[in-house]
Design a protein around this ligand. Structure first.
Ligand code: APR
Ligand code: ZN
Length: 244
C-alpha cells in the first residue's frame, strides 16, 4: 500500500485531526520562510528587526521590514496545501489548524478553526492603548509608520515579536486541541521556536499519530514522527486527500 493511502486510512480511522503549520506551507503562496537559504532572517537580523525591544527603540527601522512582509502577504493567495487543509475540514476530519504563520492564508482558504499562535499580520495594534485596526494596502504606505488615531502611539502588526508572550487565548486553545487530537499533521516548520514547538510533543504524549511533511528532516522527525513525507506540502497534501 502506498504511503499516501496509509496516511489517509489513518486519518479516516482515527478521525480527530489537527494541523500544526509553519512557514513552509506558504512557500508556494510566494511567502519566504524565515530560516534556510532565502529565509527572511538571512536578510533581516531577527534580533534587530523582530524583537519587541528593537521595535520600541526604533519603530521606523523595523517598519522597513514590516512593510516588505506586508506587501508579500497582501500579494499572496492560498497554496494547494492550504486548499487541501480546507478540504480535510469540509470532509469532517480536520478540527483545527494551529498555525505559527501570520499570513491569514488558512482563513482565506476556508478553514474555520484557526489558532493564530503568533498573531496575524493583517491586523495592527497600538503599542500603548491596544486599539486594533485592519492592516490594509492603504495603510502600508503611511510614512514613516502608521500611528494610533486614538492616542497617536506607533502601531505594529498584531504579531508576536521575539520577547513577547503568546496570546493567552491562542495558548489555551492550542493546548486543548493538542491534547484532544488523534492525528497531528506537522506541515512546513523547522520546529525550533518555542513554546510553539512544544505542541506536537504534547499530542504525541497523548497518543496521537504524528504525520510530518517537510523537504528536510526536523527535530520532530527522528523523535515523534510516525509517518514522514519528504517534499513539498503543495505536492504531498493533495495526494493524501485524494485517498480520503
Ligand atoms: N513544503 C513544506 N515545508 C517546506 C517547504 C514546502 N514547500 N519549503 C520549505 N519548507 C520547510 C523548511 O524545510 C523548514 O523546515 O518549512 C520550514 C520553515 O522553517 P522556518 O523558516 O523556521 O519557519 P517556521 O518553522 O514556521 O518558524 C517558526 O519562527 O521566526 C519565527 O515567528 C516566526 O512563526 C515563525 C517561527
Ligand atoms: Zn492607541
Amino acid at each position: 500500500m502506498d504511503d499516501y493511502k496509509k496516511a489517509a486510512d489513518t486519518i479516516r480511522e482515527k478521525g480527530y485531526v489537527v494541523a500544526f503549520t509553519g512557514a513552509g506551507i506558504s512557500v508556494d503562496s510566494g511567502i519566504p520562510t524565515f530560516r534556510g537559504g532565502q529565509g527572511l532572517w538571512e536578510k533581516y537580523d531577527p534580533m534587530e528587526y523582530a524583537h519587541i525591544g528593537s521595535f520600541s527603540r526604533d519603530p521606523q527601522k523595523v517598519w522597513v521590514m514590516l512593510r516588505e512582509m506586508a506587501q508579500v502577504i497582501f500579494d499572496s493567495s492560498p497554496s494547494p496545501a492550504h486548499i487541501a487543509l480546507n478540504e480535510l475540514e469540509q470532509k469532517g476530519y480536520l478540527k483545527a489548524v494551529i498555525t505559527q504563520n501570520v499570513d491569514g492564508l488558512h482563513q482565506i482558504a476556508g478553514n474555520s478553526s484557526v489558532i493564530e499562535y503568533h498573531g496575524n499580520h493583517r491586523r495592527l495594534v497600538c503599542m500603548n492603548c491596544s486599539k486594533k485596526i485592519p492592516f490594509t494596502p492603504e495603510v502600508v504606505g503611511i510614512m514613516p509608520y502608521p500611528n494610533c488615531e486614538k492616542c497617536n502611539s506607533a502601531l505594529k502588526p498584531d504579531v508576536v515579536f521575539f520577547g513577547e508572550g503568546i496570546p493567552m487565548l491562542a495558548m489555551v486553545r492550542a493546548n486543548e486541541e493538542a491534547n484532544k487530537c488523534k492525528v497531528m499533521i506537522i506541515i512546513g516548520t523547522s520546529g525550533v521556536v518555542y513554546p510553539a514547538a512544544e505542541i506536537p510533543y504534547t499530542s504525541k504524549a497523548m497518543g496521537a499519530t504524528i504525520i510530518e511533511i517537510n523537504p528536510e528532516s526536523t527535530p520532530f522527525t527522528s523523535s515523534i514522527t510516525d509517518m514522514f513525507f519528504k517534499g513539498s506540502a503543495s505536492d504531498i497534501l493533495p495526494k493524501i486527500l485524494k485517498n480520503i
